[in-house]
Write a protein that binds this ligand. Structure first.
Ligand code: BES
Ligand code: MN
Ligand code: ZN
Length: 510
């Protein structure tokens, strides 16, 4: 991954391929942001005027590259738009800095080193710029996916910006150091999640995903337990088995646990890990299945969050549950109308084999609840309905506890993830009644995202606080990159989960 350092040099003296400065939208003309003083000086105090002449406005995400003036060690200045100048006394908010740093890092893809001289006022600002730059620098190495021919250079992209130097922080200050270390640890895991999501389904089946988890766990001193198809059968995991039984690649349930000796709380995180969702016998039509390698994004997010917590040594116990299966049609696949006996004994009539996420999650949520955690949060690319409701950049939050819903929404906002609280209306419950089983896996079409949430709620043990994040919209970016968000897997929800773990460790859940 891209390396990150806090530099002691000034933006003018630093050797780099480009020096990144911020430019904002002033009342009439663009305004150069704080942090760029040395660069502006090299331009004789006329950097804003030069940028305006080049057509820069300071609009968010805008990138303007210009040759550096003499006196600067870097040959190129890259001015990135910050949007409106903040009100007097206010600094730029963290998400603005994160996005700007991300856009700049993307524009420097293939370069060796970028010096980021953005307006950093405090350690939080440094974290934001660090996260944005490292997230924006991410590229998926296609050589993993072209049949293993890593030498085929034509199929490779430029590769990420290799090194980010942050200018304007305080390299010897503990808080700055910690801020940058946190960002580095977190983004490494988000980028690992992105790699897993982007890996084609023929190269990442449930067993391969489980092996990745076991390998990472070894490296970071985490405990893992992998239930293979035999163990799942023995344990009665009818949901996971029912979804996976049509595939040549058998399902897995992975438990990956981080514990801290002084932890007072335990969180269980449950991730939907459908390594490919064809829909099964209720086959998805063309146009709806091309991106379904992304259907394990919830499990990838959970995996990333647990490893990050371990790297940061958070004072909390975090247990990740990865419910891994491939949903395929075949002679052995579950049929619409079949009844599954779920883990814990409830029965479910499968009316639509494409509503498979809730089936694997139900088993994992029930299993997670047996350990009596203080809270369970599941993360899933669960419904197209949530995408219709909230669009491509916002995940839905559903819970069995209103205060927890508010807390999750606040936490997401704190770390710059867009989310929205959604209800679980009681009247939708009767829609999933079944004449032949305890429940059906499908109900009313209207409010389908909420119906899925109501289904999951049935599997949460009494007395346990539960949250459900439907990330079907933001998990995978099918359009062009923006800010720090690449095309493809985004790593949605990882930052929210890590912040939730931090807040739990701090004993501060609002
Ligand atoms: N994995 C899909 C949901 C999805 C849709 C994720 C778009 C990402 C982008 C899920 O398994 C699914 O197929 N859900 C069905 C449920 C329906 C059959 C009740 C849906 O949303 O159409
Ligand atoms: Mn599906
Ligand atoms: Zn799915």
């Amino acid at each position: 991954m891209t390396a990150l350092t806090l530099s002691t040099s000034s933006a003018a003296a630093l050797r780099a391929d480009a020096v990144v400065v911020g430019v904002a939208k002033g009342a009439k003309s663009p305004v150069v942001a704080a942090g760029a003083e040395a660069v502006d000086k090299a331009f004789g105090g006329k950097l804003a005027a030069v940028l305006e002449t080049l057509g820069a406005t300071g609009a968010e995400g805008e990138v303007t590259k210009l040759p550096a003036a003499s006196g600067l060690k870097a040959p190129v200045v890259l001015a990135v738009g910050l949007g409106e100048v903040p009100a007097k006394g206010d600094g730029y908010d963290a998400e603005t800095l994160r996005r700007a740093a991300g856009a700049a890092a993307r524009a420097l893809s293939g370069s060796k080193k970028g010096a980021f001289a953005l307006p950093i006022e405090d350690p939080a600002g440094a974290t934001a710029v660090a996260e944005g730059a490292l997230l924006g620098a991410y590229t998926y190495d296609k050589s993993n996916g072209n049949g293993g021919n890593a030498k085929d250079k034509d199929k490779k992209n430029n590769g990420p910006l290799a090194e980010v130097a942050l200018v304007g922080g305080k390299p010897r200050d503990k808080a700055y150091k910690a801020a940058v270390e946190r960002a580095t640890a977190l983004v490494a895991e988000i980028n690992r999640a992105r790699d897993l999501i982007n890996t084609p389904s023929n190269l990442l089946n449930p067993a391969a995903f489980a092996a990745e988890a076991v390998a990472a766990a070894k490296e970071h001193g985490l405990k893992t337990e992998v239930l293979d198809e035999k163990a799942l059968k023995k344990g009665g995991y009818g949901g996971i088995l029912g979804v996976g039984q049509g595939s040549e690649a058998p399902p897995r349930l992975v438990r990956i646990a981080y514990t801290h000796p002084k932890a007072e709380k335990t969180l269980a995180l449950v991730g939907k890990g459908i390594t490919y969702d064809s829909g099964g016998i209720s086959l998805k039509p063309a146009g709806h299945n091309e991106t379904m390698k992304c259907d394990m994004s919830g499990a990838a997010a959970v995996f990333a969050a647990v490893v990050t917590a371990a790297k940061l040594g958070l004072r909390v116990n975090l247990t990740g549950w990865l419910a891994l299966a491939e949903n395929m049609p075949s002679g052995s696949a579950t049929r619409p109308g079949d009844v599954l006996s779920m883990y814990g004994g409830k029965t479910v009539e499968v009316l639509n084999t494409d509503a498979e996420g809730r089936l694997v999650l139900a088993d994992a949520i029930t299993r997670a609840g047996e350990e009596k955690p203080d809270a369970i949060v599941d993360v899933a690319t669960l419904t197209g309905a949530m995408v219709l409701a909230l669009g491509n950049r916002t995940f839905g939050i559903m819970t069995n506890d209103e205060a927890f819903r508010t807390t999750l929404h606040e936490i997401a906002g704190e770390v710059g993830e867009q989310s929205w609280p959604m209800p679980l209306p009681d009247h939708l419950r009767k829609g999933i009644d079944s004449p032949v089983a305890d429940l059906a896996n499908m109900g009313e079409r209207m409010g389908g995202g909420l119906v899925a949430g109501i289904f999951l709620k049935e599997f949460v043990a009494d007395g346990i606080t539960w949250g459900h994040l439907d990330i079907a919209g933001p998990a995978f970016n099918e359009s062009g990159p923006f800010g720090y968000t690449p095309k493809g897997g985004t790593g949605a929800a990882v930052r929210t989960l890590v912040r939730l773990a931090e807040r739990t460790a701090e004993g501060d859940l609002g």
